[in-house]
Design a protein around this ligand. Structure first.
Ligand SMILES: Nc1nc2c(c(=O)[nH]1)N[C@H]1C(S)=C(S)[C@@H](COP(=O)(O)OP(=O)(O)OC[C@H]3O[C@@H](n4cnc5c(=O)[nH]c(N)nc54)[C@H](O)[C@@H]3O)O[C@H]1N2
Ligand SMILES: Nc1nc2c(c(=O)[nH]1)N[C@H]1C(S)=C(S)[C@@H](COP(=O)(O)OP(=O)(O)OC[C@H]3O[C@@H](n4cnc5c(=O)[nH]c(N)nc54)[C@H](O)[C@@H]3O)O[C@H]1N2
Ligand code: SF4
Ligand SMILES: [Mo]
Length: 705
């Protein structure tokens, strides 16, 4: 273990302001090391990126730099509330914590008494990525044998695709991008979603003349910075990847020695790819064959080719196959052997946490039902297959997520939350679309107001984020609320009697990562595996230590209560799997619901600066497509899929292929005319093989509103 002790940057001139170390808690691969100004009045001021953290390198996104606006927002929830009007009316009255907690405990206990423990569903996600505050809710779930939470909404298509090939969720250290000669940002809008990737990629360009290639479906701010923009149709990444590998084999740019040592099924792959030519891929991707040829030859001739593989392109029905296909490229080229070569998607697999105390894993009963996060709509409206053989859900306890806005098939989600026989408690910072539907709303602390432990997906550090300031009003942390409910519900586990700091210390020790005191003194610990291990030169993660070009899709190793989607029909080798929602005569456009730069999912939609920067919910459409529909800039467009319709404001944009439209989101539902949010359009049918939602894979029709 390489413990790096880092001093804080020099103090600011104002003596009443202290600069304290923290960690960005948001659901972003960058997990930045922060320096937070704390005033004598107990308020936070400016937030900066730590300069002495080798990945953050002093850079953070604009929305977190102005965090004080969110933390000290006048609309912040500071008192427990109970509903006084009809569901969704927004009418609430403040009550004491004791009364609020009693009401929540009664709501959960009542559902259990009448319908069994599985009628209660604790539901959470990644509002904070702190391990104690995010995952502690599972301790209550397991102790009470409530329905378990099958987490699927974000990473499952991506991770299952990566694991199918590499067998382990890790990769080349992202700081190596600075030593690369060709950095490909595949299906990630890093300028908007993980700005630190750009720091390291741009450094390679400055220092070594490296080229940056970007694969996306519209001209994102990231593609604006690319030397090699590769603009493809949504859901066709598998085709592009296959054509690149076709050229590598055809032009003798494949590294056959490396393949013989480190891969399985290479001969089958080569034979299979013989028909996957650039011309074949051009017809599918819309990218001219010459552009594919030129990019492929660069991939094959530059030893240090680094692939920073994002999530965006996997949010399609063929997403796992696309990920596996893209992850196959550096294996065929042998780029893994070189510093500054290989790939990184997520480093989450390097941490190996012992989470028994956080999650109560010793109480986990695999026989209790697991319900799919992404299918909360079908679940709440009682669709038989979504209920996984158990009773309807009668109580939800929600922390850290805003499903009424972020979950697919929103019409069903909204109908479900409106059920009079459903009890809902929501623990939140703001009156979100979800909190508005609750019976009880509880005010939550923010990251500077509680202690927590953080890992990262985009760099290999463990970090500690200490409590820096007192919370406003009566806000309580997720851990405190989970423990208070456990006491009322008779749930027993040592974790309910420990402080967050004690749980963090326990977790560090059990995982053999030292102690909390040591981590707190160091601020962050770099746990990067040695080069040979990170680059899989000691073997890939499968038992045979090889990369699998022909994976076993039924055994990707991701925890899931089963296999989903048409997984039995998944192609045997990398390919374009034609199961996306292709446009047709009824629905002639393909819609991508990409992330907005100034929001983080729906977080920051409450801050005026972010809302102003983004403007009203918009539809980016090619000027020629708009003209064909009689739409002008600023018009309302009614966008409709088989699942429902929303109204968006037309924004003309020529950085799109014809027939493709983009809405950068996620805006609150109530920001849309008619109150229906973007996820009215998206589908909750699970992506093969282990679930997830195909947020960027929608056929739609468009008309003047
Ligand atoms: N500002 C901001 N930052 C964020 C978020 C946010 O909402 N806003 N969300 C956070 C979260 S939860 C996550 S998981 C990460 C995700 O970050 P990313 O890995 O960047 O993934 P996505 O956000 O899903 O989408 C990113 C890009 O994928 C593109 N894309 C969509 N479909 C396709 C396709 O078929 N092929 C290709 N090649 N590209 C496609 C989109 O156009 C978009 O530019 O970002 C995190 N950071
Ligand atoms: N159309 C479309 N839909 C999408 C996506 C997309 O690209 N397009 N992306 C999907 C992805 S990748 C993801 S990860 C999901 C994300 O979906 P969510 O995880 O629901 O993300 P947010 O909308 O940011 O909601 C997080 C909420 O947690 C709250 N919160 C933050 N910290 C705390 C805390 O410490 N305690 C408590 N109690 N609450 C806290 C915040 O105030 C916020 O309201 O959305 C998915 N939905
Ligand atoms: S880039 Fe990501 S991790 Fe860094 S401050 Fe912004 S949201 Fe947080
Ligand atoms: Mo996500």
């Amino acid at each position: 273990m390489n413990t790096h002790v880092a001093p804080l940057s020099p103090q600011l001139p104002r003596t009443d302001v202290k600069v304290r170390a923290s960690v960005c808690p948001h659901d972003c691969p960058s997990t930045c090391a922060l320096e937070v100004e704390v005033g004598a009045d107990g308020r936070i001021g400016r937030v900066r990126g730590a300069r002495d953290h080798s990945y953050t390198a002093g850079v953070i996104c604009a929305k977190v730099a102005r965090y004080a606006e969110r933390a000290h927002h006048p609309d912040r929830l500071t008192r427990p509330l109970v509903r006084t009007g009809p569901k969704g009316s927004g009418q609430f009255a403040p009550v004491s914590w004791d009364e609020a907690l009693d009401r929540v405990a009664d709501g959960l206990a009542d559902a259990e008494r009448r319908h069994g423990a599985e009628a209660v569903w604790p539901y959470y996600y990644a509002g904070t990525m702190g391990l104690v505050m995010r995952d502690g809710i599972n301790r209550l779930t397991h102790a009470k044998k409530y329905s378990r939470f099958f987490s699927s909404i974000c990473v499952n298509p991506a991770w299952s695709g990566y694991l199918a090939g590499a067998g382990r969720l890790s990769g080349a250290d992202p700081r190596e991008m600075a030593q690369s000669d060709l950095v490909t940002l595949w299906g990630t809008n890093a300028v908007s979603t993980q700005v630190n990737v750009m720091t390291h990629a741009v450094q390679a360009r400055k220092a070594r003349g490296a080229k940056i290639a970007v694969v996306d479906v519209y001209r994102t701010p990231t593609m604006e910075q690319a030397d090699i923009p590769l603009l493809i149709r949504p859901g066709t990444d598998g085709a592009l990847a296959c054509a690149v590998m076709h050229v590598l084999f055809r032009d003798d740019l494949a590294d056959r020695d490396y393949l013989a040592r480190f891969a399985r099924d290479a001969d089958e792959l080569e034979a299979h790819l013989s028909t996957r030519s650039p011309q074949w891929a051009a017809a599918i991707t819309g990218l001219p064959a010459e552009e594919i040829e030129a990019y492929a030859r660069l991939v094959g001739t530059v030893p240090r080719a680094y692939f920073r593989i994002g999530y965006g392109f996997t949010r399609s029905r063929n997403g796992a196959v696309a990920m596996h296909s893209v992850a196959s490229i550096p294996v065929v080229s042998g780029a893994w052997q070189h510093v500054g070569g290989g790939a990184a998607h997520s480093l989450s697999g390097i941490y190996g946490w012992h989470k028994r105390m956080i999650e109560g894993l010793d109480l986990r009963d695999p026989r209790t039902r697991a319900l799919d996060q992404s299918r909360i709509g079908p679940i709440l409206v009682g669709e038989e297959d979504a209920l996984a053989g158990g009773p309807p859900v009668h109580a939800l306890f929600i922390q850290n997520t805003n499903p009424v806005a972020v979950a697919p098939e929103q019409d069903k989600v909204r109908a479900g939350f409106a059920r009079e026989d459903l009890f809902v408690a929501v623990h939140e910072h703001f009156m979100t679309d979800t909190a508005r539907m609750a019976d009880v709303v509880l005010p939550a602390t923010m990251f500077t107001e509680h202690d927590d432990l953080y890992q990262a997906g985009g760099h290999p550090h463990i970090q500690f984020g200490p409590k820096l300031v007192e919370p406003p009003g009566e806000c309580r942390s997720n851990h405190d609320v989970v423990c208070a409910l456990a006491a009322r519900l008779g749930a027993a586990h040592p974790g309910f009697d420990m402080s967050a700091r004690e749980i963090i210390d326990w977790t560090l020790r059990e995982t053999r990562r030292g102690t909390l005191d040591e981590l707190e003194a160091a601020r962050f610990i770099d746990i990067a595996p040695p080069f040979e291990e990170a680059h899989f030169l000691t073997g890939f993660g499968h038992r045979d230590k090889r990369f699998h070009f022909a994976p076993d899709w039924s055994a990707t190793g991701l925890p899931a209560p089963g296999l989903f989607g048409p997984w039995q029909e998944m192609p045997a080798l990398p390919d374009h799997w034609a199961v996306i929602e292709e446009a047709n005569a009824d629905y002639p456009f393909r819609l991508v619901t990409a992330p907005a730069r100034s929001f983080l999912n729906t977080t920051f939609t409450e801050t005026a600066t972010s809302a102003e920067r983004e403007g009203p919910p918009a539809l980016m459409i090619h000027p020629d497509d708009a003209a064909g529909l009689g739409l002008a800039a600023g018009d309302g467009a009614r966008v409709e899929s088989a699942r429902g319709a929303v109204v968006l404001k037309v924004r003309l944009f020529d950085g799109l292929r014809r027939g493709v439209v983009v809405s950068e989101q996620i805006q609150p539902n109530r920001a849309h005319a008619g109150g229906r949010g973007i996820n009215t359009l998206t589908g909750a049918d699970p992506v093969a093989p282990v679930g997830g939602a195909a947020f960027h894979d929608n056929r739609v029709r468009i008309a003047k509103a």
